[in-house]
Design a protein around this ligand. Structure first.
Ligand code: 5AD
Ligand code: SF4
Length: 440
């Protein structure tokens, strides 16, 4: 038997990249690779990159620079760049870092086995196409090995919304949904391997419209289809756009027992002027109306959002409108960012606001969001939640899981097993997690 080759994948960015890295590891598994968690003993290093943050490409170039010594010491070492920086930079990566052997965009991962064979011969391999075929279907290599109780499942990729600040429509391409039968089959496979909670992924997941048995299914229909999968206990989805919160999806939050009461619904700004400049095609009021309808369907839902401060032309008044919207919504958790330019996006051409002003606003916004997060966590004390146990904690006998609201919950119980769903009474709240006691 030939010794297996070792693959080290470093994943940056969003959950979709985490999912993609798993698929790439499976695809290269067919080529004799097993994963390692150390770059030092790898035969192939793959960086699965993200382009959403500032200077993402520059950071990847400097990361690659750090592998120079490794490559010099081990001539057979292959280095690849995948993900959105690979898509955006393409051949430029090999030009600037000639030690890179392989550049693969997010839509071409199913071609990795051929690309790997090519680089073994000493050639370079580059693929940043947007092919027609379903890469995940081609990548289908469904091992029956056991895995943890939670999993991501990509159902939709790309985005047609073209928000003025965002690179996603350029790096991930236009919106494409995977067919229903493939999603259901993948979910079934995950459940057979021990998964009890699935998070459906998509850059614009609630725009899902995958081919179903007779016609296209909406995300809500897909969720109802998944509800029938025995052994699957919890369903989540992310990330959504306010304009695609359809009536059936809102209703599912009230009616579908397996759909968890948590929704990530980015608004970006509370100022209609800024929302318009961002090309968001919704207003603060239309967003608040959607929130009102969701809360009518599921009063205890925990809301999460994304915010950008310091977008070009944002005045103090515009920023105040964002704070007002946050006050009105009350978010359980949120992600907030200072605007920064992404080359090639419309907003990159516009006059930027003073960076000190933007930093000061970000601080005020985060103070408010943190205060809301802690208030909502404190309100959980004394309440009973169900916790899916995901891992052991740092203390002896401690287990850690997630409540239906996606709060991390620490419990002290040597009996609880990973994968159990336990009824837990919350007894305290700390910075980013809760603690509780099992009641059943
Ligand atoms: N500047 C700052 N934040 C951004 N985001 C996307 N592009 C930018 C940018 N150019 C944020 C948005 C989005 C999240 C994933 O990242 O809030 O929802
Ligand atoms: Fe980017 Fe989301 Fe806007 Fe699409 S909807 S362009 S992914 S911010």
């Amino acid at each position: 038997m030939t010794a297996s080759k070792k693959l080290f994948i470093k994943t940056y960015g969003c959950q979709m990249n985490v999912y993609d890295s798993e698929r790439m590891a499976e695809a290269l598994g067919g080529q004799g690779y097993v994963e390692t968690n150390s770059a030092d003993d790898a035969d192939m290093i793959l960086l699965n990159t993200c382009h959403i943050r500032e200077k993402a490409a520059e950071k990847i170039y400097s990361e690659l620079g750090r592998f120079k010594g490794l490559k010099a010491a081990k001539q057979d070492l292959k280095i690849g760049v995948a993900g959105c920086v690979a898509q955006a930079e393409g051949a430029e990566i090999i030009r600037r870092q000639p030690m890179v052997d392989l550049v693969v965009g997010p839509q071409s991962y199913h071609r990795l086995p051929e690309m790997e064979a090519k680089i073994r011969t000493g050639e370079k391999a580059l693929d940043t196409d947007f092919p027609e075929e379903d890469k995940f279907e081609k990548l289908k290599n469904r091992p029956k090995t056991a895995r943890g109780p939670t999993a991501f499942l990509t159902v939709q990729e790309g985005c047609d919304k073209f928000c003025a600040f965002c690179v996603v429509p350029y790096t991930r391409g236009v919106e494409v949904s995977r067919p229903v039968d493939r999603v259901l089959a993948e979910a079934q496979n995950l459940v057979e391997r021990g998964v009890r909670e699935i998070t459906l992924l998509g850059q614009n997941v609630n725009a899902y419209h995958g081919a179903g048995p007779d016609s296209d299914w909406t995300l809500a229909q897909l969720i109802w289809g998944l509800e029938k999968v025995d052994g699957l206990e919890r369903i989540r989805f992310t990330t959504s756009h306010p304009n695609d919160m359809s009536d059936d999806l809102i209703a599912a939050h009230g009616d579908c027992a397996k759909l968890m009461p948590y929704l990530h619904l980015p608004v970006q700004s509370g100022s209609d002027k800024i929302l318009k400049r961002m090309n968001r095609s919704h207003t603060a009021e239309s967003y608040l109306k959607v929130i009102e309808r969701i809360r009518a369907a599921r009063p205890d839902i925990l809301l999460s959002g994304d915010f950008i401060v310091g977008f070009p032309e944002e005045t103090e008044e515009d920023f105040q409108a964002t704070l007002d919207l946050i006050e009105e919504v009350r978010y359980g958790t949120a992600y907030s960012f200072k605007y920064s330019t992404r080359p090639g996006t419309p907003a990159a051409e516009r006059a930027q606001i003073d960076p000190d002003v933007a930093s000061e606003r970000l601080q005020r916004l985060q103070a408010l969001l943190t205060q809301q997060q802690h208030q909502i966590q404190d309100e959980m004390i004394g309440r009973d939640v169900s916790v899916l146990i995901e891992r052991t904690g740092r203390l002896p006998g401690q287990m850690v899981g997630k409540s239906e609201y996606l709060h991390s919950v620490h419990i002290q119980d040597a009996e609880a097993q990973i994968g159990d769903i336990k009824q837990v009474r919350i007894i305290s709240s700390s910075t980013n997690s809760l603690a509780g006691q099992i009641i059943s």
